[in-house]
Design a protein around this ligand. Sequence first.
Ligand SMILES: [Zn+2]
Length: 369
Amino acid sequence: MDSTVSGAATGGAPLEVFLREYLDRTGGAWDEVEPQVYDVALPEGTDPPPGRDRDGGGLRLTFDPEALPEHPAAQLASFGTPLVDRLLADALRRGRAGRFYFVGLNLRPHDLLGRVRRSVRVAAATIQIEHVRALHFPQVVFWFQAAFVSDQKEQIILPVAVDLHYGREVRHRDELLAPARLAEHPAPPLPPARAASLASGYRLARAQILRSATALANTRGRELTERCDLQIARLTQYYTDLRDELDEQKRRSKSADAAARHAERVSALEREHQVRATELRNKSVLHVDLRLLQLLRIEQPKLLVRTTLAAEGGAPARLDVVWDPLTDALEAVACPHCGTPSYDFTMNRFGQIGCAACPVSTGAKPPRR
Ligand SMILES: [Zn+2]
């Protein structure tokens, strides 16, 4: 976004804008000596490109080939030159992991109690709100790259977003990535919510992506097998025709010499057939390469709502629920007993809560858990 703005303001070409931003953000320095000619200092830790070094450290660059005769010590900066390739790769490496704060959310929803009561049902209990805390809930978007390589190569970017608080996938990824709502600093600053580690979020994301990539690979594998079978059928037909021709030649010429030559040719043909069929099969093996390209951690304000559940003649209980102001909805609540996300719970007279997957016992004695 910044690059578009400054690019428009100065009229610089994208690569020139990139160079200035790259140096500004990485601790390098630049000075525009004349239009499209720069003296630059690369960020610390970056090796200067070999040769043409100007009094140690500094480097003169030009984006204009016509400026080179006037600046013989300058390097031409264009796509594909080693220097620019290295700066682009370095910028990509630095951008592999980012962190933003989601801003501009309404943290005071109207009638929160009514919304909670309409969203979550706890049979036999009345829900009250004990307290509400606004916290930063971390969510991480991972971008994986899947490469499918056979007789052709195809690359697909597969994104997946994970909520580190509940440890599950986030469906509304696009809303989360709204560029206008992401800021480098929190507004307002909030304490962090309880959350799993980034590593466990990565494991979850990878498992999810493996499922998607496997489905994609299976489809491609099937198409590849079909294409390969068809090619092999054509190949077999081709060699059958050749063989028929040889047989016909043998019938016409009746010499003993011809019979021997025929046998030789047939076996040569058979070998060639096998070699070409094997080649086709080898080319039709699908290799899948999966790698993590980038990740972005987004700290999003949500409301942690502690509710109390009271049932007539029974023990009360507590249930923490999360209100997401971005989707304007209550998130599915992890069952306190089994962890299954649900909106539908039951509570027994001992104040134990269960979901449809783990119904609570209503027996006379408190069940042991
Ligand atoms: Zn449960």
